[in-house]
Every structure is written in structure tokens, then in C-alpha cells.
Ligand binder design. Sequence first.
Ligand SMILES: NC(=O)c1ccc[n+]([C@@H]2O[C@H](COP(=O)([O-])OP(=O)(O)OC[C@H]3O[C@@H](n4cnc5c(N)ncnc54)[C@H](O)[C@@H]3O)[C@@H](O)[C@H]2O)c1
Ligand SMILES: [Fe+2]
Length: 386
Amino acid sequence: MNTQFDVPSSIIVGGGSRKGLPEQVRRLEASRVLLVSDAFLVESGVVEEMASGMREEGIDVSVFSDVQPDPTDRNVLDGVEVLRSSSAQAIVAVGGGSPIDTAKVIAVAATNEGPLSAFQGYHRIAKRGLPLIVVPTTAGTGSEATKVAVITDTQRDVKMMMLDRHLLPTVAIVDYELSMTMPASLTANVGVDTLTHAIEAFVSKKSNAMTDPIALSCIDLVARYLERAWKDPDDRKAREGMALAACQGGMAFSNSSVCLVHGMSRPIGAVFHVPHGLSNAILLPEVTRFSVAGAEERYARVSRTMGFASDEETDSAACAALVEGLVALNARLQVPRLSQCRGVDKDRFEANVEKMAQDALDSGSPQNNPLVPTAAEIVDLYRGVY
Ligand SMILES: NC(=O)c1ccc[n+]([C@@H]2O[C@H](COP(=O)([O-])OP(=O)(O)OC[C@H]3O[C@@H](n4cnc5c(N)ncnc54)[C@H](O)[C@@H]3O)[C@@H](O)[C@H]2O)c1
Ligand SMILES: [Fe+2]
């Protein structure tokens, strides 16, 4: 089978690399940009730092910072309006996955016709969007390196997964220093999202020779640095490792795929607004327990890369160690059960669980899983993590 590997034209990595943003804007021959971010990053001064750096170089900057976590179609449409009135020639996104995904879809909505729901699914975006530079501040979704965006359709309460080469940023600037302000819980949530990207990319039916080494490198970095960054937010080496891991995880899954964890995670986000990384973390051990039989050798390699099993152990022992290792990791990172998350009460859960299972299947992600579940099995898995 032929495979296709798409990444941004340039990925600039390193502490302090954000200072090169104005030069990157100039290279795109843009003199007016729209900076997309969120309220926290305005308050923390990061938006001002990035905007004034560009203004000092004579670049005209308009700011759109009304992006909510797990962004919606309304966020995108509001951003498109600001874009039109500013007549910006390029977009800069500064933030976690939410501002980055919003900026990606603003960029293509500016050049393509139709409602945003027309972009949902695979390869549905006809024309390339405005040039886009992304600067991630969480580590992270890896969105800086992916051809994916996730936007909630507020009418249908569905997190729309959009995958298209035209969603790739032109330039990604990965400066781990921006992630050092993340509190422990966010570090854990987005770090397990990173790990999930790499594990799912590696076990996916779409895994391939280009994505395998990147996925394994990501898993190795997460094993070494996630808990260090969680325990000590000022551990620069750990922050750097996790920023690299996030970007690699993005490259891996965007060119392979995510699977059942992400398929089941998006409906939890859409219905209960549990943050994306947290719902992945809640699901990862149980979904892994369900899936290992479908790709024992691959899950065993994940387990050994995580340091949960040695080369001497059989694959099936390594798979068992992986499940237990992931359960223990969640416990150490204080990941709650689904029922302990804010707003997830039993009645609403039961009222929604069948629709969530159907939405998970409809997203297409579970079909890439080593074992493809039925809707009833997905319902059981949801109940298992509740
Ligand atoms: N496009 C992709 O490839 C892809 C992949 C995975 C997830 N996602 C999507 O990304 C979104 C989640 O992104 P996220 O997990 O990065 O979080 P986020 O962007 O939603 O941010 C979460 C919170 O953390 C804050 N924050 C951001 N940077 C911070 C920092 N350095 N210090 C302290 N606080 C900070 C934000 O202001 C926000 O309040 C979801 O919508 C998810 O579906 C996209
Ligand atoms: Fe994710």
C-alpha cells in the first residue's frame, strides 16, 4: 500500500525560537496578520509579547482571542469576521490545540465556500487556505504538525474531525519555554493526549514505515519526561522533551491515524465538555485492555518502549504489563474516573451513552483500531470507565 506523509514546510524547534516569528511572517511576504489565541494567553502576556515582536518589525497585527477550549463553529465564524475586516494576508496561532485548530479552519474558511460542516471528514477541503504560522503553548496536541482540526458543531453537539492536507500549518515554531506555565493537571492531560497519539498511530491499521519510528520516539520521550514535567513545572529538560514528543506524536498520528481512544473521547468532549486530554487519559487503559489481542506484537513494543516490560518477556506478558502500567500511570497523575468529572452525572451519562457510541463509530476512528468494536462493545467500554 502506498502511503503519504505530510508535515509543515518548516518546523522550528528550540527554547526561545518564538523570537523568530516576525522573520517567518516576512518570509511569507505578509505585512498584515491575524493573531488567533485565547483569553488566558492574553492575560498571561504571551499574546502581547508575540504581537509587539511583530509590530516592531512593521507588521500590522489584529488579535482575535475569543477561542474557548474545545472550540466551536461559532468561534471559527467570529474569527472569519475579524479576518475579513482586518484584510490580513496570513494567520498566526498562539496557544494550545484550541486556538491552533480554530486558526486552521479560519484559514480555509476564508478561501472555501460552504458551511463548516462541509469540511468534516477526510479530504473535504478543495482549496488551500491563507498561510498559517502556529506557535503551540501546550505539549500537547501536536496540532502544530497535523493536517487535522477538531471543531464542535453546536447544532448537532458533535466534535467534527476534519482531515485535509490544506489544514497543515505552513510553519510551526515549537518553543518549549511557552509550555512552562502549564499547571500540573494540564501537563498531565495534554501529556497523555500526546502519548495516546503515538500509541494509536503505532497500533493503527494505517501505521506505516514513515510513522512507526516517530511514534516510538514520542513514546520514549513521554516515558522519560511526562512525570518529570508534572512533578516539577520548571524542569526545562522535561518541558523540552514533552514539546518534542507532542510535535512527533502529531506527525505520527496525522500520517497514520488515531483509533478507538480518540473515537470514544470526542463524544465525551462534545456532550460533557471534559477536556480532550483528560477524556483520553480516562479511556486509554481500558481501551488498551480491549485492543491488545488485535495487535499483540505492536502493543508489546509499546510496553517495552515505555519501560513496562523487558525484551525477555513474552509479548502477551508485555501487553498485560502495558495495561497495568497505564492504570498505574493514571493513578500517579491523579486522573479521575469519568463519573468524578464535573457535570458527568449518571442520568445524563445513561441518556447519552448510546448516541456517544454511535457518534464514535461514525467518526471513522474506531475502524482503524486493531480490533474494531461493535456499538454495544463501545457502550460497555464507556460504562467500564464511568
Ligand atoms: N488538530 C489536532 O491535530 C488535534 C489533536 C489533538 C487534540 N486536538 C484538539 O485540541 C483541543 C485541546 O487543545 P489543548 O489540550 O492544547 O488545550 P486548549 O488549547 O483547549 O487549552 C486548555 C487550557 O489551557 C490554557 N493554556 C494554554 N497554554 C497554556 C500554558 N502554556 N500555560 C497555562 N495554561 C495554558 C488555555 O488557555 C486553556 O484554558 C481540543 O479541541 C482537541 O480536540 C486537536
Ligand atoms: Fe488527541
